[in-house]
Design a protein around this ligand. Structure first.
Ligand SMILES: NC(=O)c1ccc[n+]([C@@H]2O[C@H](COP(=O)([O-])OP(=O)(O)OC[C@H]3O[C@@H](n4cnc5c(N)ncnc54)[C@H](O)[C@@H]3O)[C@@H](O)[C@H]2O)c1
Length: 310
């Protein structure tokens, strides 16, 4: 595999591109020559108080080959308008980075439907809408001889392990893993790739963690040491045509590059022919091979409990 080629002439949309990991990805893509639509409404971590000046300031700072798109991406038609703004400004759409997300945590027994809906809308329905709007054009461009497009979805280890109080966030991110797989399949004939990255990085979100115990406090201190540019480097590589990897789930934690497994059956037992699936038979079957293959209830925070390598 060759090194990342110049992205000169390639056109990217980065959602949530005005802060944190998204901003780091915007800077890295732009540094490699890509034109970038910074799609960010400048909201709080919980998705409130929009501020269009946040994305506008980044576009002004980076200058040539960037535009800010400041609409709330959850509004009907905003995803389509983001794609139109890329085409209007730069004539094509080659790279989509689904990075924008919000957090509204609460234990399931205190959760509200309104918060669930807003988190699913932002973290899962926006990526769907953006890909539904961008992929027809990406297919058309590839048929007309343009190098195939690249899609990167920013997921979270919370969606793979689960985490206390993150029903909506973890469900949306797990959904985004499923979307990554299907988009990789649906776009394979057009040679457009779609991969996911579970990032670990110091951002305003990490800073906002209110530790409830020593383990969480240690997690926060470790997370605050990890610069976001490592995530940006991998996202940029996956946005280039230096590879044809697709449908994969990566993790980046400082200098650690991880590949996650994807759920497949890990144990199998066969009931004897004619046997009823009664309680005793099920208990016997589960107690054997299946018990050995079961997954414990550790959170992502408990699993990644070592010092980051930065
Ligand atoms: N920071 C970490 O360690 C970490 C860990 C796991 C996953 N992630 C994921 O990485 C991504 C970036 O996280 P971050 O920590 O940089 O977050 P952040 O809050 O610093 O940045 C997110 C950006 O998305 C924008 N945004 C949110 N909702 C929007 C909407 N409806 N329309 C337009 N823009 C919107 C916000 O304005 C903000 O600028 C997210 O997908 C997050 O879930 C981060």
């Amino acid at each position: 595999m060759s090194i990342v080629q110049s992205l000169s002439g390639r056109v990217a949309i980065v959602t949530g591109g005005a802060r944190g990991i998204g901003l780091s990805i915007v800077e890295e893509l732009h540094r490699h020559g890509a034109s970038v639509v910074i799609a960010d409404s400048g909201v709080s971590i919980a998705g409130a108080d929009p501020d269009p000046s946040v994305a506008a300031a980044i576009a002004a700072k980076l200058g040539a080959n960037t535009v800010a798109f400041c609409e709330d991406l959850t509004i009907a038609g905003a995803a389509e308008r983001t794609v139109q703004s890329a085409v209007k400004a730069f004539g094509a759409i080659d790279i989509v980075i689904n990075n924008a997300a919000i957090l509204r945590d609460s234990f399931i027994f205190r959760a509200s439907r309104e918060n669930w809906d807003q988190v699913i809308a932002t973290n899962l329905s926006v990526p769907f809408a953006l890909l539904a709007a961008a992929t027809p054009l990406m297919r058309e461009q590839q048929k007309n001889g343009r190098a195939p497009g690249r899609i990167v979805n920013i997921v979270s280890s919370a969606g793979l392990f689960g985490n206390f109080g993150q029903a909506a966030y973890a469900s949306a991110k797990a959904g985004l893993v499923g979307l990554t797989r299907v988009v990789a399949m649906d776009m394979s004939r057009s040679r457009v790739t779609c991969n996911a990255i579970a990032p670990f990085a110091a951002t305003r979100v990490t800073e906002s963690i209110q530790p409830a115990n020593d383990a969480q406090s240690a997690y926060k201190q470790r997370a605050l040491q990890i610069p976001a540019h490592y995530v940006a480097r991998l996202a940029t590589f996956l946005s280039s045509n230096a590879h044809d990897l697709t449908g994969q789930l990566f993790g980046v934690r400082g200098r650690e590059l991880l590949l996650f497994s994807q759920p497949r059956p890990v144990a199998r037992t066969l009931m004897s022919a004619g046997a009823d699936w009664d309680e005793a038979a099920l208990a016997r079957a589960i107690d054997g091979e299946l018990t050995a293959g079961m997954t414990d209830l550790s959170t992502d925070l408990e699993f990644f409990n070592t010092e980051p390598i930065v």
